[in-house]
Ligand binder design. Structure first.
Ligand code: RIB
Length: 299
């Protein structure tokens, strides 16, 4: 069975990753251990995860006219992603994320640059791409109106929508009602449910919410019951992109017809493998690696 078409509409960044023994205090200068430039951005990370897991992936997004853009476009091609819908934003630099890894955690500052140019008009231009997809994967590193436009077009064409609300910002009930799945972590969920009406919506629509709990696993709701799919225990090197790996994997699993429970298990395995290497995209596993990992962990 074909794995189907997953279209990601989202951010593309170059991650500037510094490893250090500890985070500096305010106003302090410290020496780091290593520095790497690694392709990133939540949209691009989810696209790479999905492509490595066997989906046919379109990435709709924007880069600048600079050296990072060239490197990223070449990289996406080696990852099997359709780059025809990545546009150059005039006068904007490619998005960057300044990431510090220390003390088993990270600090990230994103400067979106060209990601601001993913406008509702740009999304509309690619309506035919959305219409020809099985699943649309969205995050919040592009303008919120563009996310809303993508949801509207996906609904018009009966296309499944997975919304990963990161970095989180409040959204309307009508957007939440129009997507198939929302995948917040606990903190993001609390921000989404910022009033009583939204809390009531959540209680009445819990099957839409797939909640990630870090290494503890993922919670989903079915037949009025909450289910926790436990995470896999691995040696953690870098958690950057763990959520993106999970979302990319969930999109692939649901697109190929897996159940939500199977999708969460698959997503947990992909997330676990991705955190065992430095960099969001460098650790993303192939479908075969994931199958082998799940087998090894279940014996
Ligand atoms: O989710 C991880 C990503 O967040 C990084 O790759 C960085 O680019 C930021 O967008």
């Amino acid at each position: 069975m074909s794995s189907g078409v997953v279209t990601v509409i989202g951010s593309i960044n170059m991650d500037l990753v510094t490893e250090a023994a500890q985070f500096p205090n305010k106003g302090e200068t410290i020496l780091g251990k290593s520095f790497s430039t690694i392709p990133g951005g939540k949209g691009a990370n989810q696209a790479v995860a999905s492509s490595k897991l066997g989906a046919n992936v379109n990435l709709i997004g924007c880069v600048g006219n600079d050296a990072f853009a060239k490197t990223l476009n070449q990289h996406f091609e080696t990852q099997g992603i359709n780059t025809n819908y990545i546009e150059e934003a005039p006068g904007e630099p490619t998005g960057v994320a300044s990431i510090t890894i220390a003390e088993n955690d990270n600090h990230i500052i994103v400067v979106p640059g060209a990601n601001h140019a993913v406008t509702p008009q740009l999304v509309e231009k690619y309506e035919h791409v959305i219409a020809a997809s099985e699943t649309i994967l969205l995050q919040f590193e592009i303008p919120i109106e563009s996310v809303e436009k993508a949801v509207e077009l996906a609904n018009k064409h009966g296309v499944r929508v997975i919304l990963n609300p990161a970095p989180v910002q409040p959204i309307s009930i009508s957007v939440m009602a129009s997507v198939d799945y929302i995948t917040p972590n606990e903190h993001e969920l609390a921000v989404l449910l910022d009033d009583e009406e939204k809390k009531t919506f959540y209680e009445q629509n819990r099957e839409k919410f797939v909640i990630t709990h870090g290494s503890k696993g993922v919670e989903y709701f079915e037949n009025g019951q909450s289910h926790l799919v436990p995470g896999f225990s691995v040696k953690v090197v870098d958690t950057t992109g763990a959520g993106d790996s999970f979302n990319g994997a969930l999109a692939v699993a649901l697109t190929r017809g897996d159940s939500l429970a199977e999708g969460c298990l698959f997503g947990n395995a992909v997330g676990a493998l991705s955190v065992s290497k430095l960099g969001a995209q460098s650790g993303m596993p192939s479908k075969e690696e994931v199958e082998m990992f799940i087998q090894t962990k279940s014996v």
